[in-house]
Design a binder for this molecule. Structure first.
Ligand SMILES: NC(=O)c1ccc[n+]([C@@H]2O[C@H](COP(=O)([O-])OP(=O)(O)OC[C@H]3O[C@@H](n4cnc5c(N)ncnc54)[C@H](OP(=O)(O)O)[C@@H]3O)[C@@H](O)[C@H]2O)c1
Length: 413
């Protein structure tokens, strides 16, 4: 097929790991891809280099101080518009010059920008999974109403999307999401309480930003992905399984009614799913490493260790109960992960902080954007209080049942 697709991109989170890989894909396909807008938080030096190379019309830095430094570095003759704050990020998300928005911010802060991009009818290439976790019904509802496609960038969801591309979705029985198991896959439970941020940041297969790398170590990332898959593909939670596959070559699978399973495979390189989201419905040549099956020798599968990594079950529970619970869980997780990275919280205390936050705030079954933004702020404050309480930093067992966990509490596989 001749190549027809060409895209003008706004990249939210351009200085992060996904942003970096996206720009690498742009370098490989300069004839098809151009960059018209970039947004980041603080890293003005990296953004400055990206401006020099890709010449976007508008950029935004959430931090006013960093934006001032960037303007100074660009000088008075620069034609690049530098915006700041959430208003600046929203402006880049809705940029008239862009037809496609790559959403690669980290955390729930990406919710308003992705809704803004949908309202402006941009094609969405979604890496930033937290907005779907927090407000899946609002995000997918808005996209449906605006007629805007959400193309998954997360490798697992890209895999499922690629397997489903033959239009046989109605015959699917189960989604099987693969997990690497993270750096502590084989750690005995008593070793987990003492693990350090440096150890947790050493992911065996993927190079990613700090937050998602810690989420991979706790298995919360897999839990977030289960909720993300539920919203992207409309599959109920009891038909979404998690299987540990330490080689990270099969990125996920779908099982049909008749027992047939389709898997998507490839090297663990985010440029592949990013490029697929950008090139869809075409496939472009890629410069990344090819998968050498003979060198791999074997692919293996295990059940996730649910007791050692309780975050996975917390996410199933939050996803099944729905309402504002995924929002509370996600906010508490973001605060707990940051505290762990700053050495204020032990690794095994992360799920306990999340459990306590989920249990101590009111549950609401129907959600609005304003309500969720309030819940997000409330849960962050509550999680911070729990972390600050005397003795909270050490890990302890996560209470088995909560006052609000119904009989439908989640099962992982
Ligand atoms: N990395 C991966 O391989 C991977 C794979 C699948 C899915 N994902 C998902 O993709 C998202 C991004 O992950 P990542 O690993 O690329 O994260 P990352 O390396 O930490 O990058 C995050 C990006 O978001 C920007 N940012 C953060 N807060 C912001 C704010 N308030 N306003 C504007 N920009 C802000 C950061 O800017 P500064 O640099 O200035 O702080 C940075 O550019 C996450 O949701 C993650 O779960 C990542």
């Amino acid at each position: 097929m001749n190549t027809t697709v060409s895209r003008r991109l706004a990249i939210l989170g351009s200085t992060g790991s996904i942003g970096h890989s996206t720009l690498d894909v742009v370098r490989t396909h300069r004839d098809r891809l151009s960059v018209v807008g970039l947004a980041a938080h603080n890293n003005w030096r990296k953004l400055y280099k990206q401006i020099e190379e890709f010449r976007p019309a508008v950029v935004a830095l959430f931090s006013e101080e960093a934006a001032a430094r960037l303007r100074e570095a660009l000088g008075p003759t620069s034609t690049v518009a530098v915006r700041t704050g959430m208003a600046g990020v929203l402006e880049v998300a809705a940029l008239a010059e862009a037809d496609t928005v790559v959403s690669a911010l980290v955390g729930a802060v990406g919710l308003r920008p992705v809704l803004e991009a949908i309202a402006a009818r941009k094609k969405i290439c979604l890496a930033n999974k937290e907005p779907l976790v927090v407000a899946g019904s609002l995000v997918t509802g808005a996209a449906r109403e605006a007629g805007v496609p959400i193309l998954p960038v997360d490798s697992e969801h890209s895999a499922i999307f690629q397997c489903l591309d033959d239009g046989e979705a109605r015959f699917v029985d189960r989604l099987i999401i693969t997990a690497s198991g993270g750096p502590f896959r084989c750690h005995a439970p008593d070793r987990l309480s003492g693990v350090t941020p440096d150890e947790a940041l050493r992911h065996p297969n993927w190079e990613m930003g700090g937050k998602i790398t810690i989420d991979s170590a706790t298995l919360m990332n897999k839990g977030l992905e289960v909720i993300e898959a539920h919203w992207l593909f409309g599959v109920p939670f009891d038909r979404i399984s998690v299987v540990v596959h330490p080689q990270s070559i099969i990125h996920s699978m779908i099982e049909f009614r008749d027992g047939s399973i389709l898997a998507q495979m490839g090297s663990p390189d985010m440029r592949l799913p990013i490029q697929y989201a950008l090139s869809h419905p075409e496939r472009w040549a890629a410069s990344g490493k090819r998968t050498d099956l003979l060198a791999l020798g074997s692919l293996t599968f295990e059940a996730p260790r649910r007791e050692a990594f309780p975050c996975l079950e917390l996410a199933y529970e939050a996803g099944r109960r729905g309402g504002n619970l995924p929002c509370l869980m996600n906010a508490a997780n973001e605060v707990a992960v940051e505290a762990f990275l700053n050495r204020r919280l032990g690794f095994t205390a992360i799920p306990r902080v999340i459990r306590e936050t989920m249990d101590s705030l009111p549950f609401t079954s129907t959600v609005t954007l304003a309500g969720l933004l309030e819940d997000d702020a409330r849960a962050r404050r509550r999680a911070a209080e729990i972390i600050a309480a005397p003795g909270a930093a050490a890990g302890g067992p996560v209470p088995e049942t909560s006052t609000r966990a119904g009989p439908e509490g989640g099962q992982a596989a």
